[in-house]
Design a protein around this ligand. Structure first.
Ligand code: ZN
Length: 661
């Protein structure tokens, strides 16, 4: 908790430190502390009446409320903390442009969004790891340029948007993209307090509050006032702090030793060390500042492997600090100091690369593997069956018309995938003008509307919107039965080959993919939703098999995964592909439980396909029943190939039936 407090205070002293990412489990009071930060920040002067918080000393030349005259009366107001909810819309973030007014009346009607509100303040995102990818892109752009930009049909608005980014996340619910991770100056790991002494202190405070709420608040207010005074003092000391060569050498040595990418880490570390010195009331940076700066600024830049322990290797840090403190510069000209700013982001791998998220899952699967054999005795862990060669699969789609990102799977309102265009009356705010249809709609009324000059007289109900229909990409979530009932080696090879084929198909169609597997006592998220088909294929190859068949657990895990993914990426429609023979074992309730779980998914509106893996002369048809409960389709394993004879024949019969009807 002390690290979190210190990180927030350092940002208050020097906003250039670049914000804080707080990582920790639920119920650790992260949000309360972050919200308290805003109260400690000094107030700012703004141009009176400007909705974009222009600084009277240097107003934004492009301010939509401008141009402002210098020397206008200014106002003083508290620094804002703007909360960005996870399910927020794009319009709410960047602001909304009333395109109809802009075209009909020739005025820019712009309603500022959250980025405008956060300018010169704090932008706080609780559960930032659940933020929709598309919105993350908007944020990264704004953070990189210090401006927000909205453009529709050639009408554009831009305004300054510089803010302190503060986020919280629970790493168990998914990792951040590396580009976004890099945007946070500092990270802090917060754990629920387990130390008895600290716990006792929390309890004592709570009792003190209950006994005398007013007195408690008074003492707390006093403490807050003192903090605010100290922050102001540190702020004014900040420009006089000197970062000497020895400290700078230590910073670059530590960054090199911990193998962080780019210069951004060095710069953030330097700024943090300087802020620490100012906070301590010093004008020179000492080794202790560098050590603390490393602990706060490096952990999230260094971590590449989800199995690495969080934090820094203290011993290595100590050694590096000592060695580099004694070193003299090696004579060369020091022209390779930190550049003006970090390199522009982007171009990095997309999606959660590997992700720390799977660490706990792996453990869970380990437990499952141990628990299973003890109950169902004859199921020793088998060597993983190799996947049969992949083939081209038939196209599985989400029914209806989506609005997701461009791709090659399901029908959608989008520009990509060989789109067609038609005109329609706008249902919400006008997004994309269909010019010809709009003129056609307005033309018959020109005389009646008293058209005199050259301008076309447009009214709101003349506007027609372009509806573009193409194909979108989806999230294809596989739920794969890896239990004993499937584990006949040859069959498992065929199943793996099928899943691998579907994975490759998903890759070509630019889908996001994820995989839940179930066996033994539990289901695990073997592959959190990602765009990396390589990771998916690798996980599939190593998939252990055997044990009982907890089908319900598999479906429930899928349900939970889709719930979180819907928060992160609401426009991407999921397609659930359940690869199973439909059997469920582990007690008399196993099958009814699985059906209830399937109905839960169906109630959520999830599109589903069951790939029926049942084989042999006696068939129970359980997979088809499962598909019914999922309100989905069933495809037999041997019908999955695009050119499978059965599939071709069935399609032929279907099209003949359609023709006849
Ligand atoms: Zn302004």
């Amino acid at each position: 908790m002390d690290d979190l407090r210190l990180s927030l205070l350092l940002n208050a002293v020097s906003p250039q430190v670049g914000g804080v990412l707080v990582r920790g489990e639920k119920g650790t009071a992260k949000s309360t502390m972050v919200r308290a930060l805003a109260g400690l920040l000094p107030s700012i002067a703004v141009v009176d009446g400007c909705r974009f918080a222009c600084d009277p000393a240097a107003p934004d030349a492009q301010c939509p409320d401008g141009p402002h005259d210098l020397g206008l009366p200014d106002a003083e107001r508290a620094t804002r903390l703007v909360e960005l909810p996870v399910g927020v819309s794009e319009d709410r973030i960047v602001g909304s442009l009333d395109l109809e007014r802009a075209l009909a009346e020739g005025v820019k009607a712009y309603e500022p969004g959250l980025l405008a509100a956060a300018h010169r303040g704090v932008l706080y995102i609780d559960e930032v790891n659940l933020l929709n990818d598309h919105l993350v892109d908007l944020l990264l752009d704004a953070a990189a340029m210090g401006r927000s930009y909205v453009e529709r049909e050639g009408v554009s608005v831009r305004h300054a948007a510089r803010f302190l980014l503060v986020g919280t996340m629970n790493p168990e619910e998914g990792e951040l993209r590396p580009q976004l991770l890099d945007r946070f100056g500092l990270t802090v790991e917060v754990a629920a307090t387990r130390e008895p002494v600290e716990r006792a202190e929390v309890v004592r405070r709570r009792l003190a509050y209950d006994a005398d709420p007013e007195g408690f608040a008074e003492r707390w207010a006093q403490e807050e006032k003192e903090l605010a005074v100290r922050i102001t003092a540190a702020r004014s000391l900040l420009p006089s702090v000197v970062l000497g060569d020895p400290a700078l050498r230590q910073i670059t040595a530590v960054c090199a030793a911990f193998e962080v990418d780019g210069l951004r880490a060095d710069i953030v570390m330097a700024r943090t060390a300087v802020a620490l010195a100012a906070w301590a009331g010093r004008t020179d940076v000492i080794a202790e500042d560098v050590r603390t700066a490393a602990q706060l600024a490096l952990p999230h830049r260094r971590r590449r492997n989800p199995f690495d322990a969080p934090g820094l290797d203290e011993e290595k840090l100590e050694q590096t600090l000592e060695q580099s403190a004694g070193e003299e510069p090696d004579g060369g000209p020091e022209d390779d100091g930190p550049g003006p700013e970090g390199p522009p982001d982007g171009g990095g791998p997309d999606g959660p690369s590997g992700g720390g998220q799977d660490a706990p899952e792996q453990e869970a699967s380990g437990e499952g593997a141990e628990a299973a054999p003890s109950r169902t005795a004859p199921a020793p862990p088998q060597p993983a069956a190799p996947a049969a060669s992949p083939y081209r699969t038939r196209l599985l789609t989400v029914p209806g018309l989506g609005e997701g990102a461009g791709g090659r799977r399901s029908r959608a309102r989008t520009d990509s995938g060989g789109h067609t265009v038609r005109a329609a009356r706008p249902t919400g705010a006008l997004q994309r003008l269909h010019l010809a249809a709009t003129i056609q709609a307005a033309a018959p009324h020109q005389l009646a509307r008293g058209r005199d000059g050259r301008a076309l007289r447009l009214r709101r109900d003349d506007f027609r919107e372009q509806i573009r229909e193409g194909r979108e990409s989806n999230l294809v979530l596989f739920v794969v039965d890896a239990s004993g009932s499937m584990a006949a080696r040859q069959r498992m090879s065929a199943v793996k080959g099928a899943v691998l084929s579907l994975l490759m198909d998903a890759y070509q169609r630019r889908d996001k993919i994820g995989m839940v597997t179930f066996r033994g006592s539990d289901a695990v998220l073997a592959l959190p939703p990602t765009s990396s088909v390589e990771v998916g294929a690798a996980r599939l190859e190593q998939l252990p098999t055997g044990g009982r068949t907890p089908l319900a657990a598999g479906l429930l895990r899928a349900h939970e995964t889709l719930r979180l993914e819907r928060l992160r990426d609401p426009r991407r429609r999921p397609l659930l592909v359940v690869v199973t023979d439909g059997r469920a074992t582990g007690g008399p309730q196993a099958l009814p439980d699985a059906r209830r779980a399937a109905q839960l998914l169906a109630a959520q509106g999830t599109a589903a396909v069951v790939v029926d893996c049942e084989s042999g002369p006696v068939r129970l048809g359980l997979a088809a029943e499962l598909a019914q409960h999922l309100a989905g389709e069933v495809v037999r394993l041997d019908e999955l190939a695009a050119d499978s004879v059965t599939h071709l024949v069935t399609d032929l019969i279907r099209s003949k039936q359609k023709e006849a009807a």
